[in-house]
Design a binder for this molecule. Structure first.
Ligand code: FPP
Length: 240
């Protein structure tokens, strides 16, 4: 379970970056134009984290369902991810950002996976902000893969099936080194979880905001965090 960071700030914020397509359409541009604008916002929000007391930021970049989009959009997004990882590496290393990826890498192309591995390695000693990028990620898929790994460990005699509990399952998730998110933000006015961090967000607060992702500024991020710091979290207990 996560905890409050500095001054009531959430220690771990997760974001569903939605609305790139509508942002582009409103300007008469192709959807990929919106994804490029969205990618620019990522840096601003990551850079804002240390000042705002956020230690962990997890962003939903591509879901297991996003493969159903047109071939043009999917290949454009994959190209964008590769370009982004190459162009941001130096800045991320110098800014003290530790980057991790969650999701199933099996369907991603090998050049992209090599860049992901390289960035994880180059930033592994950083500790200022922990940025986790969910790429080919789905909550149900993650729990299913975790269950499979756990079954293998049981079959290999490494885990006693009688001792399998929620903590043991969580140790097999992609997020095993991360605290649970305290706050999940979704932009663009949609109030859905869309298969994001299903297990981990059991006790998270949710904030659904109307702004489209490419318009989400650090000032608005700060406002959402300030709202969060006013909330009382009970984790299922009665008020004290
Ligand atoms: C949702 O908008 C956005 C995505 C599926 C992709 C998110 C990707 C980025 C923000 C690009 C950069 C990310 C990284 C890590 C470099 P949408 O297309 O669903 O928008 P719509 O709901 O308006 O159609």
């Amino acid at each position: 379970m996560g905890k409050r960071g500095n001054g009531g700030a959430p220690e771990h914020v997760a974001i569903i970056m939605d609305g790139n397509g509508r942002w582009a359409q409103a300007r008469g541009k192709p959807r990929l134009f919106g994804h490029h604008a969205g990618a620019k916002r990522v840096r601003e929000i990551v850079e804002a984290c240390p000042d705002l007391g956020v230690k962990y930021l997890t962003i939903f970049a591509f879901s297991t369902e996003n493969w159903k989009r047109t071939q043009t959009e999917v290949s454009g997004l994959m190209k964008l991810f590769k370009r982004y990882l190459m162009s941001e590496t130096k800045q991320l290393v110098e800014a003290g950002v530790r980057v991790r990826f969650i999701g199933d890498r099996i369907r991603l192309d090998e050049t992209l996976v090599a860049l992901m591995d390289e960035l994880e390695l180059l930033t592994c000693a950083n500790d200022r902000v922990h940025l986790t990028v969910a790429l080919n990620y789905g909550g149900r898929d993650e729990v299913t893969r975790a269950a499979k790994r756990l079954c293998r460990d049981v079959a290999a005699g490494k885990v006693d099936p009688e001792k399998v509990d929620a903590e043991e399952l969580a140790r097999h998730l992609d997020t095993y080194v991360l605290p649970d998110p305290d706050l999940v933000i979704r932009t663009s006015g949609e109030a859905r979880i869309s298969n994001f961090l299903l297990w981990q967000s059991a006790y998270s607060e949710y904030e659904f905001i109307d702004t489209l992702w490419p318009d989400f500024t650090r000032e608005e991020f700060a406002r959402v965090l300030a709202d969060f710091s006013q909330r009382e979290r009970r984790y299922g207990a009665v008020p004290g």
